[in-house]
Design a protein around this ligand. Structure first.
Ligand SMILES: NC(=O)c1ccc[n+]([C@@H]2O[C@H](COP(=O)([O-])OP(=O)(O)OC[C@H]3O[C@@H](n4cnc5c(N)ncnc54)[C@H](OP(=O)(O)O)[C@@H]3O)[C@@H](O)[C@H]2O)c1
Length: 138
């Protein structure tokens, strides 16, 4: 089960998950699928979105967040903050090259277009990674 805004529900379904609009009543929407709640909640937003997600976690469920340390400090779960390293990024690049890891490219901009890139990103017009090219490289 995944959540998204209305415009991205089909996208989430195409990834293979059942999709629910995060503005809907999650408890109501998931009652038939998981009447006792979900065993694992993964929060990628934090704040009120974490609180909302916890309403559909099972009594003995586990929560992990990449955006809200309360998952660890208040709710006994995990809070994960990644530190990019050359070795990790090389592994990610290899997984992407072999297509084991796939990601959407929201837009590709030249360096002198960086303002447009940020404007589109902040207006939430993009989905996926925004790439800014420096000369012949990205
Ligand atoms: N721990 C780490 O290492 C790490 C790394 C990168 C980012 N982060 C943190 O992760 C958070 C998200 O970053 P991001 O770059 O992915 O942000 P983002 O591009 O703004 O994406 C947010 C995602 O959450 C969805 N969303 C928005 N409001 C929601 C809600 N109320 N309930 C459920 N889903 C909601 C959005 O869906 P729609 O587009 O459909 O609205 C979108 O898919 C930030 O707080 C950032 O600081 C942490």
């Amino acid at each position: 089960m995944g959540t998204a805004s209305h415009k991205n529900l089909t996208y989430v379904e195409d990834l293979g998950a059942m999709a629910i609009d995060y503005r809907s009543d999650l408890q109501e929407a998931t009652r038939a699928i998981a009447p006792h709640g979900f065993d694992v909640v993964l929060d990628l937003v934090g704040g009120p979105a974490l609180d909302n997600a916890l309403t559909v976690m099972a009594k003995d469920g586990r929560v992990t967040s990449i955006a809200d340390s309360r998952a660890r400090d208040q709710f006994g779960g995990q809070f994960v903050w990644l530190r990019p390293s050359t070795a990790d990024l090389r592994t990610v690049a290899e997984l992407a090259a072999s297509r084991e890891l796939r990601t959407d490219i929201g837009g590709v901009y030249r360096f002198d277009q960086f303002r447009s890139a940020f404007d589109a990103f902040e207006a939430r017009e993009t989905r996926g990674k925004t790439i800014i090219e420096f000369g012949g490289t990205t």
